[in-house]
Design a protein. Structure first.
Length: 325
């Protein structure tokens, strides 16, 4: 079954891609064999992250950017990450109404994903879904995150180019960037630039970037683009800024370095998740976890010593026994 889905995806089947993505979200075992078959056919798509505060117009911007990219003949995949429903666990906004017209274009594939409690502005399976759309034949993949705060910056671990969307009129825009979100942007997008304060915000960002350039030398100085997404203003300039960043990455050699670091972190994350899952299942099935919880609650043992004891016992198990368990 997995082999059939992999073949269908490589042939361009959106239905097979949708099924595999659902398996990935549900952590269904059938997904992994299929993903291993798709892996040799990934790595060709360019990945753009669209992030920013709620209400910044990210969905409209994503919609207009996808249209501009399609006009150049590129196939586009869109991953729209939404907050989770507290009742179903699914994406609250579902397939975006604003993007409904795009869904009729066979060159565009749209998938809404729920965070399912996963912090960082993306969903847990986002990185794997990128690979599915890559194998599906998409040239450019756009990831629109949920509204982010100062620490929700996981998009930089997935995207080749990260666009931070800001809007004028928020007095704490620059203040919020001081805690780290300023550093994630390759391109700053001042959306709703027809509002009062757009030029001032642009000046403040440029001033901050110039100040940072004197403090620390970098290979890339982020570009600042003004857009009015609802009126399709500045979208072509945004795409050109993204293309400029892509060329700079490739010419400097940072493109491969960035992707190597992404693969490094992703591999560690996968190993961590699998080890955690295996240890958790063993502890639950043996009843040791319930016993440990009771001992901690009754103050017979402290969690720190107990944790070290469990880890020590697990590491001392012979390798063959681990595989059997």
């Amino acid at each position: 079954m997995s082999e059939d889905h992999a073949t269908l995806i490589l042939e361009g089947s959106p239905r097979a891609a949708a099924r595999l993505i659902s398996w990935l979200e549900d952590e269904d075992e059938r997904a992994y064999e299929c993903m291993s078959k798709l892996h040799p056919h990934t790595g060709g798509a360019y990945i753009i992250g669209i992030t920013g505060s709620p209400g910044a117009g990210k969905s409209t911007l994503t919609d207009k950017l996808a249209r501009a990219i399609r006009k150049e003949g590129h196939k586009v995949g869109i991953i729209a990450v939404d907050p989770s429903s507290p009742f179903t666990g699914g994406a609250l906004l579902g397939d975006r109404v604003r993007m409904s017209e795009l869904s009729s274009d066979p060159g565009i594939y749209i998938r809404s994903m729920a965070t399912r409690g996963f912090l960082g502005g993306t969903a847990k399976a986002t990185g794997d879904v990128v690979k599915v759309l890559d194998a599906l034949g998409k040239d450019v993949i756009i990831i629109e995150t949920v509204g982010v705060g100062q620490d929700e910056i996981d998009i930089i671990g997935i995207a080749d180019t990260t666009c931070l969307v800001l809007v004028p009129g928020l007095g704490d825009a620059i203040q919020s960037m001081k805690a780290g979100i300023m550093e994630i942007a390759d391109v700053f997008v001042i959306n709703k630039a027809d509002k009062i304060g757009a030029d001032q915000l642009s000046t403040e960002i440029c001033g901050r970037l110039e100040m940072d350039a004197h403090i620390k030398a970098t290979d890339w100085t982020p570009l600042v683009v003004q857009t009015v997404a609802v009126e399709d203003i500045g979208i072509q300039e945004l795409w050109q800024a993204i293309e400029t960043h892509r060329k700079a990455l490739q010419q400097s050699g940072n493109f491969q370095l960035k992707r190597r670091e992404r693969t490094y972190q992703e591999t560690l994350r996968m190993i961590h998740n699998e080890i955690f899952k295996t240890v958790r299942e063993c502890l639950q099935e043996s009843g040791k976890l319930d016993g440990a919880v009771e001992e901690i609650l009754n103050r017979k043992r402290d969690p720190y010593t107990l944790m070290r004891k469990i880890v020590s016992e697990w590491l001392s198990i012979p390798q063959l026994h681990k595989e059997a368990s």
